[in-house]
Write a new protein. Structure first.
Length: 102
């Protein structure tokens, strides 16, 4: 039976996001695995799209599996560079150098 997206699940995802250190990034899939829902990377993405309504979390540190930033969100790149993250090319963080190792 599929779990419904509720506040408990949202805060479970956001608690993982809150642990990502400055200058590091995590992928949607990585966060999904950490909460025991390895097939739900898109669910994590959906939560990230509404994270601002749940408090102050460093959701700018979440990228896709290739390190691609959120299209159209220019502040994400600025925030990551300000924390010391290394950009690989336009719109991508260097995932090999910046991925959060757990």
């Amino acid at each position: 039976m599929a779990r419904i997206l509720d506040d408990a699940l949202i805060y479970e995802i956001l608690s993982v996001v809150d642990e990502i250190p400055e200058g590091k990034v995590a992928t949607y899939g990585q966060i999904a695995r950490l909460i025991g829902r390895e097939r739900n990377a898109r669910l994590v993405g959906r939560v990230m799209s509404m994270a601002e309504f749940y408090g102050s979390y460093p959701y700018h540190r979440v990228v896709n599996h290739a390190g691609r930033l959120v299209p159209g969100w220019t502040e994400q790149k600025e925030l990551l560079i300000g924390e010391g993250a290394v950009m690989k090319k336009e719109g991508y963080v260097d995932i090999k150098r910046c991925q959060w190792e757990i």
